[in-house]
Write a protein that binds this ligand. Structure first.
Ligand code: ASP
Length: 329
């Protein structure tokens, strides 16, 4: 069978599954941006795909064994945070002061419980701290010193600065360090890549969850916080509609309240997951000049992974037997 025909069948199968009943599924992303084929070495691309696969399978195995969606998204994001390749956890970008300030959020769709942290340093897995905020702090959002005090009260150990040192991130920072520029992961006007990571899942009970984690923007200053830890902007979950994790220029996602917007388009306008996600990314976000993408899942396990950039590190797996790991358009 020709490759095109096979691709068409796969697309049809995917479309069919997007609209039909399906039990459980997971999608992950590792950032969107100017990701063009041939830009990185074959080895590097393999590394990215391997990391995505590892995170995907980790989350999917949990779902398959009956774990709740919130466990699956946290576990998948932790794998990506532990990889130096992505702008989260270990691979976080440098701030203007040469430090790392990380943001993360997690939300579950059944009771709409949420936890978020921002401007934290030294924490290996910010997503787990966000989950602890949700489950143990009595609050939703903790920032900076206070968040770290909370982490210490739970006996988190702080990593040394050099745990977060990655040569290529340091180089990215040195290139713009003495300017007023701040950029997403690695970017200039023509070349922008966002390395934020995220996961969304629907478990066997039809419960949804979303998790997002990031180092933010290279050379960021003045305590800049992006969309990733903001509930409704970069991360959102509601069993009635969907779970969403975003990546891209955070400022636009905050102004567009994008993650919640996908949910609102479904709830108030009756759009399907796919239509709502497309409208948010290709319609509303573009209209205000925003670039990036998102991953989304609904309570029957349907998935949508739209992006308006050249590429997005992404992967998904469904109990219906669909699985894909992709980078480019
Ligand atoms: N959205 C993130 C931020 O603005 C960046 C990214 O997606 O890589 O902090």
């Amino acid at each position: 069978m020709g490759l095109c025909r096979l691709r068409t069948i796969q697309n049809e199968k995917f479309k069919k599954e997007m609209t039909n009943e399906q039990k459980y599924s997971i999608a992950i992303h590792g950032g969107a941006g100017t990701l063009l084929q041939g830009q990185m070495t074959v080895e590097k691309e393999k590394d990215y795909r391997n990391s995505l696969e590892q995170a995907l399978e980790k989350g999917y195995d949990l779902l398959e064994n009956g774990a709740p969606a919130i466990d699956a998204v946290e576990a998948a994001v932790k794998v990506l945070e532990d990889s130096p390749l992505f702008n989260a956890g270990k691979g976080s970008v440098f701030t203007a002061d040469g430090t790392h300030e990380m943001d993360a959020a997690i939300m579950e769709g059944k009771d709409r419980q949420a936890g978020a942290v921002s401007l934290i340093t030294g924490i290996k897995n910010p997503i787990s701290l966000a989950r602890d905020v949700m489950e143990k702090s009595g609050h939703v959002f903790l920032a900076g010193e206070g968040a770290l005090k909370f982490a210490k009260s739970l006996n988190y150990t702080l990593e040394e600065e050099n745990y977060f040192y990655e040569k290529f991130r340091h180089r990215q920072w040195l290139e713009i360090k003495d300017s007023d520029k701040f950029q997403l992961d690695h970017s200039n006007a023509k070349d922008s890549k966002f390395g934020t990571v995220g996961a969304v899942a629907c478990d066997k009970e039809g419960n949804l969850a979303a998790a997002t984690s990031t180092g933010g923007m290279t050379n960021k200053k003045f305590g800049r916080v992006g969309d990733s830890p903001m509930i409704g902007a970069g991360n959102y979950a509601n069993n009635k509609t969907c779970a969403v994790s975003c990546t891209g220029s955070g400022e636009y996602f905050i102004r567009g309240v994008v993650a919640y917007d996908v949910s609102a388009l479904m709830e108030y306008k009756g759009l399907s997951l796919e239509a709502a996600a497309n409208e948010a990314v290709h319609g509303r976000l573009l209209k205000i000049g925003g670039d990036g993408g998102l991953i989304a899942v609904d309570a029957t396990g349907n998935l949508a992974l739209p992006f308006n950039t050249e590429g997005m590190y992404r992967a998904f797996k469904t109990s219906g037997g669909l699985r894909e790991i992709a980078i480019y358009k």
